[in-house]
Ligand binder design. Structure first.
Ligand SMILES: Cc1ncc(C[n+]2csc(CCOP(=O)(O)OP(=O)(O)O)c2C)c(N)n1
Length: 567
């Protein structure tokens, strides 16, 4: 772990703490910061123009800053940075921090704090940031001396990246930002290294896998974070074992790979759920085995011995009983196992996979509907570049996107999986676009989530980020309506939701808005959006009461999944 050592350079010119904030960010190569200024960050913003290597993106709401930093981090693999003032600025960040925490996204958030003598006095815009963010961050620092600013920020970066990544907050009182100091950041020393897998555990895991007739690999976000796609594919091919993914694991394996068996869990494919249900050995890599993945715990993978590999030791045995637990980076585990297991062929087990593959044709009833959601998602996929990024919001459209985009390039699917924070898509897409300026970025949102953070369109305009926002507009908070229909006797309560005229609203921002009401206009409208050089908002009026299928009823076992009419 880095030390907080500083050294004084006698001939150095004294600098304000505020300058040291930006200098520290420059020194770690953080050249994009998503933020919003205020009273407690006035010194920082006063110093910013003297640091032209940092590009500051002015957001419209601090939640947007955190989600943008998150989208930037997920798309680039780098640490995302956001900034907010004290009090309401910091409180507005919290949703985005919690989202990054749940999904293991490396972020550093810099918050201004009221001046040290005012702290604890209910000062104007004072909140106890450390107290507030503790449960949703890996770590939070309060910096009490200007000379600690540089080392603390550098250490925050190291913590955000190390092991299981996550958000770190650095809270800096205004007087500390104003203090003059000649201190410089000392060399922090080497980054902490990920633990290596225990060879004995690897041997036990390999023995289990070698003895298996029906093994399944479950790939989670950890495989993507470790950029271990090649290692995953190599092991799967060696074992001839199907690979299912979690929602965040989508993109760990190309979805057209013959061993890719789709997403597992509540809205996973019937095939993926059945294979895990019948597996005799499950190798879970880089996932939490959360409730949306396992369904009823006691009935999860009932015939299987479970091997669980994760870099975070607190995950092992937390939700599912494991026969073997391995604490290590996903890439290291997959690589080490590949050299310990026998090459095998399992035509029968593989045949199951072929049989259960989701069928792409529309169901008969969908042919009678103008814009069934599955058709819309597939049309977006068809229109977008092969290597486009897709950022899904939260709700039915998120699940349709997860099920039907069928991505072949690694790591192109970004979504708020753990927290499930509506409003994520547009800001995260803007962040992803700023991190990947040469790529196409599509945000897919519902009409509910779109209204939560639509104002960030202003950020896209000011930054010239050409994100395409496709609103799958069904006039409902669709996912909640679906649950009311299926599990609350059809009693519809507070889920019909009105929308503004999105085309006019886009126009007010100087953005191209396109209304899509007919199937015959869909592809042409999407193509127009793709070719337009600036941001675009598509208001796509999908089938109003479509449901997401399959679904595992709440509290049910994955094996009890209901396939629904569109199977
Ligand atoms: C911030 C937040 N508030 C509430 C919810 C609960 N919730 C989950 S899905 C959903 C409905 C989403 O509606 P919409 O954005 O229109 O998408 P749809 O499900 O119709 O595709 C709601 C309210 C949430 N996930 N996040």
């Amino acid at each position: 772990m880095a030390t907080l050592a500083t050294r004084t350079i006698p001939e150095a010119v004294a600098q304000r703490g505020a300058d040291l904030v930006w200098a520290a960010l420059e020194s770690v190569g953080a050249n994009v910061v998503f933020g919003y200024p205020g009273g407690a960050t006035l010194p920082m913003y006063d110093a910013l123009p003297d640091h032209p290597r940092v590009h500051h993106v002015l957001v419209r709401h601090e939640q947007g800053a955190a989600h943008m930093a998150d989208g930037y981090a997920r798309a680039t693999g780098r640490v995302g940075v956001c900034s907010a003032t004290s009090g309401p600025g910091a409180t507005n960040l919290v949703t985005g921090l919690a989202c990054a925490y749940m999904d293991s996204v490396p972020l550093v958030a810099i918050t201004g704090q009221v001046s040290t003598p005012l702290m604890g006095r209910d000062a104007f815009q004072e909140t106890d940031v450390l107290g507030m963010v503790g449960p949703v961050t890996k770590h939070a620092f309060l910096v009490s001396a200007a000379e600690d600013i540089g080392p603390t920020i550098r250490r925050a970066f190291a913590i955000a990246r190390a092991g299981r990544p996550g958000p770190v907050v650095v809270d800096i009182p205004k007087d500390v930002q104003l203090t003059l100091t000649t201190a410089r950041t000392a060399d922090d020393g080497p980054e902490p290294r990920a633990p290596g897998a225990d060879p004995a555990e690897l041997d036990r895991a390999a023995a289990l896998v070698n003895g298996a007739a029906r093994p399944v690999i479950i790939a989670g976000q950890g495989v993507r974070l470790a950029r271990a796609h090649r290692e995953l594919r190599a092991l799967a091919e060696r074992l001839d074992a199907p690979v299912v993914t979690t929602l965040l694991g989508i993109g760990a394996i190309s979805e057209d790979h013959p061993l890719a068996a789709g997403m597992l869990g509540m809205h996973g494919s019937a095939g993926a759920n059945r294979m895990v249900n019948d597996a005799d050995v499950v190798l879970g890599v880089g996932l939490r085995f959360d409730d949306r993945v396992t369904g009823k715990l006691s009935a999860f993978a009932p015939k299987a011995r479970i091997i669980h590999a994760d870099i975070d030791p607190t995950q092992l045995g937390k939700n599912v009983p494991t026969a073997v637990g391995i604490v290590a980076d996903a890439g290291a585990v997959l690589f080490a196992l590949a050299s310990r297991v026998a090459r095998t062929s399992r035509p029968e087990w593989r045949g199951r996979l072929e049989r259960d593959r989701p069928r792409p044709q529309l169901a008969a009833y969908e042919e009678r509907v103008e814009l069934p959601p599955r058709l819309v998602v597939r049309a977006i996929r068809e229109t977008a570049a092969d290597d486009a990024y897709f950022v899904a919001d939260v709700g039915q459209h998120q699940m349709w996107a997860a099920q039907h985009l069928r991505l072949t390039e690694p790591d192109r699917f970004l979504t708020s999986g753990g927290l499930g924070a509506m409003g994520y898509a547009l800001p995260a897409a803007i962040g992803a676009q700023l991190g990947r300026p040469a790529s196409e970025v599509w945000a897919i949102a519902g009409d509910g989530g779109a209204q939560m953070t639509f104002h960030e369109l202003g950020t896209a305009v000011q930054e010239g980020t050409p994100v395409k926002l496709a609103i799958l507009n069904n006039g409902y908070l669709g996912m909640v309506r679906q649950w009311q229909q299926l599990f609350h006797d059809g009693r519809i309560s507070q889920t019909p939701i009105s929308s503004p005229d999105y085309v006019k609203l886009a126009d007010a921002y100087g953005v191209l808005g396109i209304l899509v009401e007919r199937r015959r206009d869909l592809l042409a409208s999407l193509a127009k959006a793709k070719l337009h050089r600036g941001p675009v908002v598509l208001d796509i009026r999908i089938e109003r009461e479509a449901n997401v299928w399959p679904i595992v009823p709440p509290g049910g076992a994955n094996a009890d999944l209901i396939e629904g009419p569109s199977a």
